[in-house]
Write a protein that binds this ligand. Structure first.
Ligand code: AGP
Length: 368
């Protein structure tokens, strides 16, 4: 056990630090000899993707949050409507599925019962299914019409970390593939975006150097009994993921909100000293998040913001700021989630929780 942890106290911390390497592996060989983006397997004519009417992304838990992140890039690059859905809800309504519908099923294990059932349901209605999974021989990988592997390596901790960031990367490759096949992006544009993805591992290393600071903040915040995470656009799924990470391993109640929704209810929860974690990196929604930070500050919240290196505005309003390098707006999630994983981890350690095996949870949920 100790040897497997390679000097780390927990598998979760080891896996957090493995992310730059894992993301680099996800990206290996994604261009074919003709310079075109490729998946690991596709059993149907990619020309069919030109006539798509809709994309549904189905997944559970952290994988669902990766799907939410992918919605933005897929709509923006491939110019197709995308809904990111919780797999356990998908087949209990009447989703409109045709032969022109693409369903992307994301599952680290490839064995999550609800995700497999959602994919099967979609296939039975004639839709095509592409799997995004970490496990080559998994049920999902074997039954889908196409697959892209995340190549994250074995993830032992129940709390998913490297599976999440590699899913976002694999889904970005898939979005570029769709953009290419649908002729919405030129080959050079796809390659430029792949270059930007390939630059991420080195930037992730830099963010992970902030661990000590996150451990100090965790010690400060570990007495709180409620955390709020707020974000907009790609910051929203990261707010949801930060809250999920914290609650599953520390057992502290945490919730993520679209920051624009605060005034419609959640802001009533704010009282003196309550921690609010805000995703406030550069982009077209930053000014709005900054104004949301001011609103919660005015009501007594203590704000920890995640902002872009070089930013001077966010620190005027937040109590603590952790910085991530400047990247394309749609690529921030793989950087901004890192300090939130570290925060959750160090709070759980400070509270002496069973970090790798949290109560009531299984690594893979194979029953409904
Ligand atoms: C996250 O930390 C989880 N433990 C959980 O939400 C997980 O992501 C979910 O159960 C989905 O698993 P899968 O990716 O193997 O399908």
């Amino acid at each position: 056990d100790a040897a497997e942890k390679q000097g780390y106290e927990h598998f979760m911390l080891k896996e957090i630090h493995e992310q730059p390497r894992a993301v680099a592996d996800t990206l290996l060989g994604r261009l074919d000899a003709d310079g075109r983006v490729t998946l690991d397997r596709l059993d149907f004519d990619p020309a069919l993707l030109r006539a798509l009417d809709k994309v549904y992304i189905v997944a559970c838990g952290t994988s669902h949050h990766a799907g939410m992140v992918a919605k933005y890039a897929t709509e923006h690059w491939a110019k197709i409507g995308v809904e990111a859905e919780i797999a356990s809800e998908f087949r209990y309504r009447d989703p409109i599925l045709t032969k022109q519908t693409l369903v992307v099923a994301i599952s680290q294990s490839g064995e999550t019962a609800d995700t497999i059932a959602a994919a099967e349901y979609a296939r039975a209605q004639g839709a095509r299914v592409i799997a995004v999974t970490n496990i080559v021989g998994s049920t999902l990988a074997r039954t889908a019409d196409g697959v892209i592997f995340t190549r994250a390596g074995l993830e032992v901790a129940v709390a998913s970390t490297k599976a999440f960031t590699t899913q976002i990367i694999a889904l970005s490759v898939l979005a570029l593939f769709l953009a290419q096949e649908r002729r919405q992006m030129f080959a050079e544009e796809c390659r430029d975006m792949l270059d930007r993805l390939e630059a991420l591992p080195a930037l992730m290393e830099r963010v992970l150097e902030a661990e000590e600071g996150m451990a100090e903040l965790a010690a400060r915040f570990s007495g709180a009994d409620y955390f709020m995470f707020i974000g907009r656009q790609v910051g929203l799924p990261i707010a949801l993921e930060g809250a999920l990470k914290l609650k599953e391993i520390s057992y502290i109640h945490a919730e993520g909100f679209a920051s624009g929704e605060m005034k419609h209810g959640p802001i009533a929860l704010i009282d003196d000293g309550g921690p609010v974690i805000a995703l406030a990196t550069d982009g077209h929604v930053k000014a709005k998040v900054v104004s949301n930070i001011q609103e919660v500050k005015a009501r007594g919240a203590v704000v920890l913001a995640v902002a872009t290196e070089g930013d001077t505005e966010v620190k005027e309003h937040a109590d603590h700021v952790v910085y991530v390098p400047d990247v394309h707006e749609l690529l921030y999630p793989v950087l901004t989630v890192l300090p939130l994983q570290l925060l959750g981890y160090h709070i759980a350690v400070a509270l002496d929780r069973d970090v790798d095996q949290p109560r009531n949870l299984a690594k893979t949920v194979t029953v409904e």
